[in-house]
Write a protein that binds this ligand. Structure first.
Ligand code: GLA
Length: 392
């Protein structure tokens, strides 16, 4: 999506607000989805991740209610339903996995910080595909938090804001996620990748402006339902492996140490830990290679990351493997530098680096090959690194 795309989204949300509530919205906040170039399932192991914001946003438009009844009325354009959230004691929706939980969870986070809200109406509209592994939920949380900051005149420091959103996801959506998505949606900058040290929360913004390189995101358009519990299971195996190794997290383990400790670990713990330890090493090499413009090296690291996620971490699926295989078959001669699954896994998207001059051709070939193999039509997103959350 171009800047015009965000403008269009804002216009739509604003128009829907006016049609529904009979006045114009006073506040509009936008927060982007993200794609992670490398460093998957690493944030909760205290390692490094390398995401960028994408030109797909969640927009929340709002205005105070004419009378204060202690609630927020939130209308979702995507699901065409309205939910009433108590501002004094927000609770998760009775339907498990309901979209409004992200909103209510963020309201709850502000309450915990003694930020009181008066009643308001809101409309949420998003161009971040749901279930695509490119952070539609973090975009919604961060857009909501940005809106509330503006409505209440409260400015949280950026890390506090991202952590508040992460907590909303833990407590209201029941997903024990790491910090990557909310940090990315809050702090990514246009034309930069964000190298985030998930232990110290230090950030290095790495310029990503080579006009010859394009980021191609392909949504497999499948989402395997086991994703919820599997994520928590992966996290807990990493934690139990770290515990057996006597360290705080897998960030503190070298490959040699891990190999030496293999007999003390369950086979599954060992493989999960091997992914984490090798992936942390790959990110650092990739970050250096990106700064030096050594793209083919970056590409090789992306394929290695995919293999590790597929074989050791077991969070890929046939459809993601097919997308990466097809990209690999096109290869450097056809303009593909590297490719891997991105996000939590079990469906969702792949991210590929491609030569800009061949990007359309590559996308067409991957779409055709994937359709032929799986019978599913994928969706293509090409994007520049976008700007993080902001008031519109
Ligand atoms: C999800 C989580 C993140 C991260 C990724 C995997 O997106 O929300 O915290 O763990 O999966 O890298």
């Amino acid at each position: 999506m171009t800047k015009r795309g965000l403008e269009q989204l804002v216009e739509n949300a604003s128009g829907t607000f006016t049609a529904r509530f009979g006045r114009r919205p006073k506040w509009i906040a936008a927060a982007p989805g993200r794609v992670n170039l490398i460093g998957e399932h690493i944030d909760y192991n205290d390692g490094f991740v390398l995401p960028m914001a994408i030109e797909r946003y969640c927009v929340v438009a709002a205005d105070a209610k004419p009378t204060n009844d202690g609630t927020a009325a939130v209308f979702s354009v995507a699901t065409n339903d309205e939910v009433t959230v108590s501002l004094a004691s927000p609770r998760p929706h009775e339907k498990r996995g309901h979209w409004s939980n992200y909103f209510a969870g963020v309201v709850s986070g502000f309450l915990e910080r003694d930020v009181r809200l008066t009643s308001f109406d809101a409309v949420v509209e998003s161009s971040v595909p749901v279930g695509g592994g490119i952070s539609s939920s973090a975009a919604f949380e961060v857009a909501t938090a940005t809106l509330i900051e503006s409505m209440t005149g409260t400015t949280l420091d950026l890390a506090t804001k991202a952590l508040l959103c992460q907590k909303a996801e833990h407590k209201f959506a029941g997903v024990p996620c790491g910090i990557m998505d909310q940090f990315a949606s809050t702090m990514c900058q246009a034309d930069h990748l964000m190298l985030l040290d998930c232990r110290s929360q230090q950030i290095e913004q790495i310029p990503f402006i080579d006009p010859n390189i394009t980021v191609l995101i392909i949504n497999s358009n499948v989402k395997h339902e086991l994703s919820g519990g599997e994520y928590a299971e992966r996290r807990s195996k990493c934690e139990s492996a770290a515990k057996k190794l006597g360290v705080k997290s897998l960030r503190d383990v070298s490959l040699e140490q891990l190999m030496g400790a293999q007999p003390r670990l369950e086979a599954v713990e060992f493989r999960r830990a091997r992914h984490a330890v090798t992936e942390i090493a790959r990110i650092m090499t990739a970050a250096t290679a990106i700064k030096a413009g050594e793209w083919s090296k970056v590409g090789q690291l992306m394929y290695a990351s995919h293999e590790s996620l597929r074989d050791d971490f077991e969070v890929s699926c046939d459809e993601l493997d097919s997308l990466v295989e097809i990209a690999g078959e096109i290869g450097p001669a056809g303009g593909v530098i590297g490719s891997r699954m991105t996000g939590g896994g079990f469906g969702g998207c792949t991210v590929s680096l491609v030569e800009t001059s061949l990007a359309n051709k590559v996308a067409d070939s991957i779409v055709a090959g994937y359709e032929k193999k799986t019978g599913v039509e994928p969706t293509v997103i090409t994007t520049r690194p976008a700007r993080g959350a902001h008031i519109v």
